[in-house]
Ligand binder design. Structure first.
Ligand code: FMN
Length: 208
């Protein structure tokens, strides 16, 4: 059943993209006004770690990848949590009246307020992984405000994403444009059910 749903999702996504109805790449959003209270979720391995793994995950796939990256690097984890989380109905991209469908259609609705949009001692990290699901071919927009509000100067930034079938495409490049700072790498796409071995192998090959 899950495989069938994935297949249906892939086929429909391709159809949507081919029909030119995919997400626009206008990622400009109004910067959120919420306070930049800080919380970081430490992996507990090494307080002096210079690796930070930031991610947004609506249904857990990107979260699993982020956890493996943090475990492999000994880095800290930081989850981006919308103040108004997405319910299953909100995520129903087959319903043109759902929250994501409306946000996809109207970029002005993509300014998703986060519980926290800054990280303790952000300056101390040299390498920042940033993870997200692919939504209509681009990074899920809850990551946008964090990327826009933080200074990545002097950091290596490594995007990663999960998707049913789409590649990472220009998602990292679009985030880099929004950030305006940092040494952004090409990044990596994983399938929704990627194994921790696959993620670990990729991370080890980065020589961080
Ligand atoms: C609104 C929405 C749009 C999506 N768009 C795409 C897409 O364009 N291409 C694709 O391969 N998968 C797409 N997916 C599937 C997700 O990228 C995939 O399930 C991802 O692994 C979910 O990650 P998460 O569990 O961390 O939220 C979409 C899912 C949703 C909810």
């Amino acid at each position: 059943m899950k495989k069938l749903l994935s297949l249906l999702l892939s086929v429909t996504m391709v159809a949507v993209l081919l029909a030119g109805c995919g997400a626009t790449t206008d990622t400009s959003v109004t910067k959120t006004k919420q306070s930049s209270k800080t919380t970081s979720v430490r992996s507990g391995k090494d307080d002096k770690s210079k690796v930070l793994v930031i991610y947004y995950s609506a249904t857990g796939s990107t979260k699993a990848v982020a956890q493996t990256i943090a475990k492999t690097t000994g880095g800290d984890l930081f989850e981006l949590v919308p103040t108004k989380p997405y319910s299953d109905d909100d995520l129903d991209w087959t319903d043109k009246n759902s929250r994501v469908s409306k946000e996809n259609k109207d970029t002005s609705l993509r300014d998703v307020e986060l519980e926290y949009n800054s990280v303790d001692d952000f300056d101390s990290y040299d390498t920042v992984f940033i993870g997200y699901p692919i939504w209509w071919g681009i990074a899920a927009w809850p990551v946008n405000s964090f990327v826009q509000l933080n200074d990545f100067k002097g950091k290596a930034v490594i995007p990663f994403c999960t998707s049913t079938s789409s590649g990472i495409g220009d998602s990292g490049k679009l985030l880099e444009e929004q950030a305006g700072s940092g040494k952004w790498q090409e990044g990596k796409r994983f399938s929704s059910g990627a194994s921790s071995d696959e993620v670990e192998q990729w991370v080890k090959g980065l020589n961080i």
